[in-house]
Design a binder for this molecule. Structure first.
Ligand SMILES: *[C@@H]1O[C@H](CO)[C@@H](O)[C@H](O)[C@H]1NC(C)=O
Ligand SMILES: *[C@@H]1O[C@H](CO)[C@@H](O)[C@H](O)[C@H]1NC(C)=O
Ligand SMILES: *[C@@H]1O[C@H](CO)[C@@H](O)[C@H](O)[C@H]1NC(C)=O
Ligand SMILES: *[C@@H]1O[C@H](CO)[C@@H](O)[C@H](O)[C@H]1NC(C)=O
Ligand SMILES: *[C@@H]1O[C@H](CO)[C@@H](O)[C@H](O)[C@H]1NC(C)=O
Length: 523
């Protein structure tokens, strides 16, 4: 007796080879498509003549190597004596805009065109970032016939993302994630065409970021200051690894709440809580009434703003608990002095307002969690409001945020740390980010979304299986056209893509009953 009723037709071989995840905008296959056999020994990627970038462009040079390895694995060139069709031995890449050394941004152009015929294999892109997406697509189109020969079917693909911000949040405070786990996650993000790594790097439980301005923060705030920290060179490694995959790194230093781990390394930063007339020995959120607090955050964000090259920093601002502030007599006196009455959201706003001004003056843009908007903090017009709450319904919040003219980023329905029995990727897949009441102008303010993997119950042992392929459901929702929502079709392609992830060495969990030709073999 099966434990669960199959929701969908079980497909023996788990879907067709060559189905691309996330689904491209347009794909035309000629009715009687021919195929190009590919030789592991002879096949190469090259820069087309006329391309604005050429050899020496690290983003593409390294991508060419990665994708050769991903497509052919360890396959050797033994059979290269065969008469391979010349045109099938080379995929030429033509990038029309120069630029290789920069960082991807919210405005990067990720569009590309892929032309696969027996006469030529061509990839066109506006920028290197689109070329990376096209190489990923090409790698997913390659199959093997019954004799083990690699080949790619003739096809034409025109592709570009629906939303420019397609993120994944990892939480390295509740559990420390080793550098290797972060780098592997970046690899799999690229396979899914996700383009923003939201690094929720510190929080209440631990402070693993090694600051050179304030080294005591991690010395005293990390789980282990030797082994459970991200050094400056670790952080640089993450940023460069991400850049080479067209992924932005947005660091989050959440304040004034979620800062317990900051306390030991930053005297007087946190608010002392009181029990009656005496300090209780415990601490609350950052103390918003001291000048020294603002000196501290200025110096810290000066550093963080320089270390992380993305224009945006994520400043948090969520879930501030007022209990401690209320207990503290100096804070109460300040409230009175400022005329805030008993409204502690005003005190929170007072802090956030000053923080935002500090970060603006550093030449950085910011993203904040929705409470900052809900509490009517005056934010800059280019602020991105990150919607995460489910009650009241997130659709209402998306409507309110965009009505006020701010750009919105959706995460509320995509807390993938939450799991349940069955195919819970489907709920994530069926979300429609623009399904809220609002004008076309409001809808245009939605820049995308992020899947979140909060770390209470997640460390390196279960990170990959919990993320993949479930985060792929979010990736397709954010990349593919709104009309791509058929669950049966998505199941077949996602199951097939998950098999491809196993082949690439990713410990991705199954969707349902079935098997893969290449099972996970990472022991
Ligand atoms: C190539 O096309 C054939 C015929 O449509 C299909 O059966 C096969 O799965 C395709 N292979 C790949 C790798 O796309
Ligand atoms: C990206 O580049 C392509 C090709 O040059 C162009 O057609 C498209 O409009 C660009 N998209 C954006 C968002 O700039
Ligand atoms: C596989 O090899 C057999 C024997 O050489 C040959 O007859 C058959 O056409 C090959 N299949 C393909 C798809 O090339
Ligand atoms: C804090 O700074 C303000 C403005 O610079 C100044 O007026 C005030 O006296 C300072 N407060 C303390 C306690 O130093
Ligand atoms: C959205 O705005 C309306 C009107 O101001 C308000 O009643 C409602 O509570 C807001 N919804 C959310 C989720 O904040």
């Amino acid at each position: 007796m099966a434990a669960a009723r199959p929701l969908l037709l079980l497909l023996a071989a788990l879907g067709p080879a060559g189905a691309v995840w996330p689904q491209p905008l347009r794909q035309l296959s000629p009715p009687a498509a021919g195929r190009c056999p590919l030789s592991p020994g002879l096949f190469r990627f090259s820069y087309a003549s006329g391309s604005a970038v050429g050899p020496g462009c690290a983003v593409l040079d390294e991508a060419f190597q990665r994708y050769r390895a991903l497509i052919f694995g360890a396959a050797r060139s033994a059979e290269s004596k065969q008469p391979w069709r010349k045109p099938c031995t080379e995929l030429s890449v033509l990038v029309s805009t120069p630029g290789c050394d920069g960082f991807p941004s919210l405005n990067s152009n990720e569009s590309y065109k892929l032309h696969i015929s027996r006469d030529s294999l061509l990839l066109y892109a506006d920028a290197v970032w689109g070329a990376l997406r096209g190489l990923e697509t090409f790698s997913q189109l390659v199959g093997r016939d019954e004799n083990g020969t690699y080949y790619v079917n003739e096809t034409e693909i025109v592709d570009s993302p629906r939303f420019p911000h397609r993120g994944l949040l990892l939480d390295t405070s509740r559990h420390y994630l080793p550098l290797k786990a972060i780098l592997q996650t970046l690899d799999v993000m690229a396979y899914n065409k996700l383009n923003v790594f939201h690094w929720h790097i510190v929080d209440d439980p631990s402070f693993p970021y090694e600051s050179f301005t304030f080294p005591e923060l991690s010395k005293q705030g990390a789980f282990n200051a030797m082994t459970h920290v991200y050094t400056a060179s670790d952080v640089q490694a993450v940023i460069e690894y991400a850049r080479l995959r067209g992924i932005r790194v947005i660091a989050e230093f959440d304040t004034p709440g979620h800062t317990q781990s900051w306390g030991p390394g930053a005297p007087d930063l946190l608010t002392p809580c009181y029990l009656g007339k005496d300090p209780s020995g415990t601490y609350g959120p950052i103390n918003p009434i001291l000048n020294s607090t603002y000196q501290f955050v200025t110096s810290l964000f000066q550093e963080v703003g320089a270390v992380f090259p993305d224009y945006f920093l994520h400043l948090g601002g969520d879930e501030v608990d007022f209990t401690c502030w209320k207990s503290n007599p100096q804070i109460r006196a300040f409230m009175e002095e400022m005329g805030f009455g008993g409204d502690y959201t005003k005190l929170e706003s007072f802090y956030i307002q000053r923080l935002l001004d500090i970060v603006s003056s550093l030449g950085k843009g910011y993203m904040v969690w929705q409470e900052v908007f809900d509490n009517r903090v005056k934010v800059r017009p280019d602020t991105i409001i990150h919607v995460w709450k489910n009650s009241p319904p997130y659709k209402e919040e998306m409507a309110n945020v965009t009505k006020a003219g701010y750009r919105a980023l959706l995460s509320a329905p995509w807390y993938l740390n939450r799991i349940s029995y069955g195919q819970d990727w489907m709920a994530a897949y069926q979300v429609e980010p623009l399904d809220f009441t609002g004008s076309p102008e409001q809808k245009a303010l939605v820049i995308g979304g992020e899947a979140c993997m909060w770390g209470e119950y997640v460390d390196v042992t279960n990170l990959a299986p919990r993320l993949w392929p479930r985060a792929g459901a979010v990736a397709e929702r954010l990349w593919s056209d709104a009309t791509v929502r058929n669950l049966q079709d998505a199941y077949v392609r996602l199951a097939s893509f998950r098999c491809e992830l196993l082949r690439r060495g990713v410990q991705a969990q199954p969707l349902f009953v079935g098997y893969c030709d290449h099972e996970f073999d990472g022991f």
